[in-house]
Design a protein around this ligand. Structure first.
Ligand code: FUC
Length: 821
């Protein structure tokens, strides 16, 4: 292939003006970044949390952008160390179930804790970790001792391209990069405004288990294994226009080129098939094929393919807050200002769209694994918490924005992994709850190898809710898309999860159904006589998850018009689940007994017992006001701080409580600039300069939780009513929690349950106008706080709670417009 760009001042300035969409006055002036869809900085990244992420779902890079020494830290979503552990269940666990339950009922919590730790955890080591693929290191030769000026580093989330640009001795150097899902490659284009200016050495490296091979003078291959049976391969090809490229030791050396194209492709032997224990073919043939395909295309074509494929998803939602004038400040400065309370509402919109960018970039529809706890990006061999998929918040929070922010297909890798857990989870269910136990189950976490056993220790390892909560996502994909073929395909998985819980719940002293043994994620209780433990019966979160699952399964059965007897049984059992309880401080009780105020850790980061408020729908601000008030009290007791994801979750809770200002306060807490990367388990949070969320350390769930929280402030659709045809239909709640900090704005393309696409515009803190497109022709209701005119509304009622309700019969593919009165 030939490079299509002739390096000249003209083509460089065209590249700046047309290709990247940045206005530029003179070729030597710094790039002026005028839009609100670009992260940009005035200096290279010194630490990983400043580097900028690109990814095509599967293959990603963190770009540091140093003029002299560039580092691209690379990841491949399936690169998991170690191996599957199908025998990690504790073989005799079931023998102890009855004793553990009786010990709990007898309130001997100390012994119950010991018995559970000894007999109901997993005896297997949990060593497998998501790992780095390696680094591309580039050492540039620039004119001696000449300073770098006019430096810019950016990530354009509208096009999913990143770049670096700077001047040395009157020559402008530019690198542009993207990770293309269309062509399955990371592409890098290097130019300079003076011919023959590109001289560098480049090599591939990895911390361990890697060999570099030369295949041709312009090609490098890095291969190895990840400690178990998984093998990986990374290929790099460099094409030059002008100058020379040759092998030099373990590196490639480029001298005096005018322009360069560097293409990288990567893969592993991972096969998403549990029955084969994930063992697929060596990736060499596939990675070589991907390289050949990419090399057959010119740079402009590769770039165009990439942008088109990316924007198909990204452009579905447009979000503007405040004025269209974006401060001409680098992103790290805007972040600092926001955290210091300076009004810049458009920064929140950038953070929102960045979250969508991150989901698209770490979870394309055909990903072999979902976005993990760092999305796609992780530097090291043993990453924080193994970078796995923890079910007690992290796995699910990653996918909260998928449906509502119109990225439904990005949900599919998570839905597929959850289905993969059915086979190992069937075994785990029987091993821990008895050979006759129906269905499938997993508790605390899963990983790239479909782990379903409990964890090795307490308080975290023995949690009952994993499969139930993960299944909420299988249901939600249907709730938003109304795709019955899909629903039919996942129904057995939902049903299996429900069957497990229906068979294993026990009766409490009053005859209500609860779980036992039971924990409230990673928290300890203190009884009134000051006994502390984590193992008890009937923790609120577990019963709330089961309630939600049974509710969803019954709706699924009725939507499919099948399984009537089963559905009736599901509903009967759902109604026997122990009700949510309000404690002596007016709080929603976390435990089966009113122990909340005894706690030694009042600000514990998990606020698990509010699952019913969000992401569940058993509590709603207007439908169950007493429980909603109790949830509010709980949030007040827990406080406004927490780890990154904890703060993000609280944004969602306050939005569901229809308190936009409090939700916004949490968002401001989250958007405090931080560099803290040491693990902190209590109040910490914050946002790194590259806008990754800080647990700390970096954990991507906070980014996704914030997208969800902001969406919940603008649109909610979790409430149902029974429509004239006897089916469940949804209430679309418009601007339920608009904060005063966002008096004007607009958002287009949000999705609502029931199959609707919603666009909203507001002014002076009030809904101004909008549209609702019906994608499935289902009836719906609209709730607004100010009166609107809408064609086709056949009923208007002012409710006691001060909102207006409009009842609609919709037709498929018709868009309904409305405006305020
Ligand atoms: C859970 C949380 C931690 C952390 C980890 C990945 O264990 O309690 O805060 O998010 O997952």
């Amino acid at each position: 292939m030939k490079l299509n760009f002739i390096t000249s001042l003209l083509s460089i300035s065209m590249l700046f003006n047309v290709g990247l969409g940045y206005a530029q006055t003179k070729s030597t002036a710094p790039l002026l970044l005028l839009n609100n869809k670009t992260l940009w900085y005035k200096s290279p990244a010194k630490v990983w949390e400043e580097a900028l992420p690109i990814g095509n779902g599967q293959f990603g890079a963190m770009i540091f952008g140093d003029p002299l020494k560039e580092r691209l830290q690379l990841n491949e979503i399936t690169l998991w160390s170690d191996h599957p552990q199908p025998d990690a269940d504790r073989a005799d666990a079931f023998q102890y179930l009855d004793t553990i339950r009786k010990t709990i009922r007898n309130k001997d919590y100390k012994r119950a804790q010991q018995l559970t730790r000894d007999h109901f955890t997993s005896p297997a080591p949990y060593d497998a970790s998501y790992q780095t693929l390696g680094d591309l290191n580039m050492k540039f030769k620039l004119p001696d001792n000449k300073p770098v000026s006019n430096y810019r580093r950016w990530l354009d989330i509208d096009q999913a391209t990143a770049g670096v640009s700077f001047l040395v001795d009157g020559t402008r150097y530019q690198r542009e990069l993207f990770s293309s899902a269309a062509d399955k490659a990371i592409i890098q284009h290097l130019t300079a405004s003076k011919r023959g200016s590109l001289s560098l050495k480049l090599g591939l490296s990895r911390l361990e288990r890697a060999q570099t091979k030369f295949v041709a003078p312009n090609k490098l291959i890095l291969t190895g294994n990840a400690g178990g049976k998984l093998t990986y391969e990374l290929q790099l090809t460099i094409l030059n226009s002008g100058g020379t490229v040759k092998a030099s030791g373990n590196e490639l050396e480029v001298e005096n080129a005018d322009e360069l194209l560097i293409v990288m492709t990567a893969g592993t032997s991972y096969l998403p098939d549990y029955s084969k224990l994930f063992q697929g073919k060596d990736p060499h043939a596939l990675v070589s094929q991907q390289m050949a395909n990419a090399l057959a295309k010119s740079y402009p074509v590769l770039k165009q393919n990439h942008i088109k494929e990316y924007q198909k998803y990204f452009h579905r939602v447009n979000f503007e807050l405040g004025s269209n004038k974006v401060p001409n400040l680098p992103t790290d400065q805007r972040l600092k200002n926001y955290g210091n309370g300076l009004a810049d509402p458009s920064f929140a919109a950038l953070f929102y769209q960045y979250g969508r960018y991150l989901l698209i970039s770490s979870s394309r529809p055909d990903n072999l694994l979902p976005s993990n706890s760092q999305g796609l990006w992780g530097d090291g061999l043993d990453l924080p918490w193994k970078c796995d998929y923890k079910s007690n918040i992290n796995y699910e929070m990653n996918y909260w924005p998928a449906e509502q922010s119109n990225l439904s297909e990005m949900h599919l890798p998570m839905i597929r992994l959850t289905q993969t857990l059915v086979a190992p989870g069937t075994k785990t269910a029987k091993t821990y709850y008895g050979p006759e136990t129906p269905g499938w189950f997993y508790g605390y976490t899963t990983n790239g190898w479909a782990w379903t056993s409990p964890g090795a220790d307490l308080p975290w390892g023995v949690f009952n809710g994993g499969s139930g909560w993960a299944c909420q996502h299988l249901w939600e994909h249907y709730a938003f898309t109304r795709d019955k073929t899909y629903l039919k395909s996942i129904y057995p998985t939902l049903k299996g999860a429900a069957e497990f819980y229906m068979a294993t719940m026990v009766k409490d002293e009053k005859g209500f159904l609860i779980t036992s043994p039971s924990t409230s994620p990673e928290n300890y209780f203190v009884t009134d006589d000051k006994k502390s433990g984590s193992v008890t019966e009937g923790a609120t979160m577990e019963k709330s998850i089961i309630w939600d699952l049974l509710n969803n399964v019954s709706q699924a059965a009725s939507a499919l018009n099948e399984d009537k007897a089963f559905r009736n049984r599901v509903l009967k059992i759902r109604d026997q689940i122990s009700p949510l309880k309000i404690g002596k401080a007016g709080q929603l009780m976390e435990w089966n007994e009113d122990w909340d105020l005894n706690t030694n850790d009042p600000h514990h980061r998990h606020v698990s017992h509010l699952f019913a408020l969000h992401p569940g729908r058993q509590i709603t601000a207007l439908g169950t006001p007493e429980l909603a008030n109790a949830a509010r009290k709980t949030l007040e007791l827990r406080g406004d701080d927490g780890t990154g994801w904890s703060i993000a979750w609280k944004e969602n809770f306050w939005a569901r409580l229809r308190d936009g200002d409090h939700a916004h306060k949490l968002l401001s807490n989250q958007l405090r600039a931080t560099y803290q990367t040491e693990t902190i388990m209590a109040d910490a949070g914050g946002t790194y300069p590259n806008l990754f969320d800080a647990h700390p350390p970096f954990q991507i769930d906070g980014n996704f939780g914030a997208v969800s929280g902001m969406t919940e402030m603008l649109l909610q659709s979790m409430e149902t009513y029974t429509s004239a045809n006897g089916r469940d239909a949804y209430i679309l709640d418009l601007l339920p929690a608009l904060p005063t900090a966002w008096p004007s704005g607009n958002i287009t393309g949000l999705k609502a349950r029931g199959g609707f696409e919603v666009s909203l515009k507001w002014k002076d803190g009030k809904l101004h106008s909008g549209t609702i497109k019906s994608l499935s022709g289902e009836p719906f209701k609209i709730r607004t706080s100010n009166q609107i005119k809408i064609k086709g509304a056949n009923a208007i009622a002012r409710k006691a709670d001060g909102n207006f309700m409009y009842s609609m019969q919709s037709k498929k593919d018709i868009t309904y417009s409305f405006s305020s009165m």
